[in-house]
Design a protein around this ligand. Structure first.
Ligand code: 13P
Length: 333
């Protein structure tokens, strides 16, 4: 695939007023979400839940793509229509999580490095055949005492760059996600500093690995106060510092940036995105790629009566997509 084709996909992912829904929870992670609402984590329940999300009427009005987990990419609706077909028919690009999770970084207690490069070339070839247009790899950076180490940042950014280059070789747009965790008591200035160092390292690694930025999307964490910091930054501060940090470290050739929600409330995730988009001209579209902040209300509703509450759950998904789509334009109220 040519760079122009990759660039077209990347631009479609961040089309005005549209964003991504992340429903790529691994089986272990979706089990935690199901446990919290008393749903058994069977393959059929996972399939039915993802069918509810993906068949939300008119979801494509505000959603340009959905990130799936390996199992989901291979599944179909109850009526037998592959999820990838349902998505493409509704203008939603299929994406696939391809990392194998964050594992302890040997020699660096408390720090993580994301695995999954071995065999990735072949897996990507198969995912492309199954219809995936973009992929996701999540690296995790933890803030704590003497953390993160430079080694942790470098190891994760190196893996992200190798993953991104393999994606482009396979004709798949890489979404690169270096998540700086919200966990901890640190203040917003610390988050700013760590996020900036991480992004600079990431774009350095992408450059070293000949990754074409025109066909790449950044999935970023916002610059926020640590969850347990006594001094919580305002919406305006978060928006202003996140924008400043991105402008200082992300090349303007990138087609777009989407944010993860990372444990923020639904309302905060939307308000922060909206505030950033009200702050005047910027080099790239800023949109969303939320998991929890798109799904949590719908999961609660759906879990009460899987079939009976399907329409209500889908209305909630649509409402979250609409709010975040408006926030991607700075028009949310
Ligand atoms: P959250 O929005 O729940 O953080 O999930 C987004 C995601 O895909 C993390 O990799």
């Amino acid at each position: 695939m040519s760079i122009d084709q990759l660039a077209d996909i990347a631009q479609a992912m961040v089309a005005p007023g549209k964003g991504i829904i992340a429903i790529d929870e691994s089986t272990a992670t979706i089990k935690k979400r199901f446990d919290s609402v008393g749903i058994e984590c069977t393959e059929e329940n996972r399939r039915a839940y993802r069918e509810m999300l993906l068949t939300t009427p008119k979801l494509g009005d505000y959603i340009s793509g959905a990130i799936l987990y390996d199992e989901t990419l291979r599944q179909s609706t109850k009526a037998g229509v592959p999820f990838t077909k349902v998505m493409m028919d509704n203008g939603i690009l299929p994406g696939i999580k391809v990392d194998k999770g964050a594992m302890p970084l040997a020699g660096f207690p408390g720090e993580l490095v994301t695995e999954g490069l071995d065999g990735l070339r072949d897996r990507l070839k198969e995912y492309a055949k199954l219809g995936a247009k973009f992929a996701k790899w999540r690296a995790v950076i933890t803030i704590g005492e003497d953390m993160p180490s430079g080694t942790c940042i470098e190891a994760n950014c190196h893996a992200l760059a190798r993953y991104a280059a393999l994606c482009q070789e396979a004709g798949i747009v890489p979404m690169v996600e270096p998540e700086v965790l919200m966990d901890g008591e640190h203040d917003i200035d610390t988050c700013y500093e760590i996020t900036e160092v991480t992004l600079r390292s990431l774009f350095g690694a992408l450059y070293e690995h000949n990754v074409m930025l025109e066909g790449t999307i950044l999935k970023a964490s916002m610059v926020v106060s640590g969850k347990d910091c006594p001094d919580q930054a305002s919406v305006e501060e978060v928006a202003e510092m996140t924008l400043r940090c991105l402008k200082a470290s992300v090349p303007a050739t990138l087609p777009g940036i989407v944010f993860l929600s990372g444990g923020q409330s639904d309302e905060a995730a939307t308000a922060h995105l909206n505030a950033m988009n009200q702050m005047g001209a910027k080099p790239w579209p800023l949109s969303f790629s939320y998991g929890r902040a798109m799904q949590s209300a719908a999961l609660k509703l759906w879990s009460k009566d899987l079939v009976g509450n399907l329409a209500a759950a889908q209305q909630t998904v649509y409402a979250r997509a609409k709010d975040n789509g408006l926030a991607a334009l700075g028009k949310w109220k």
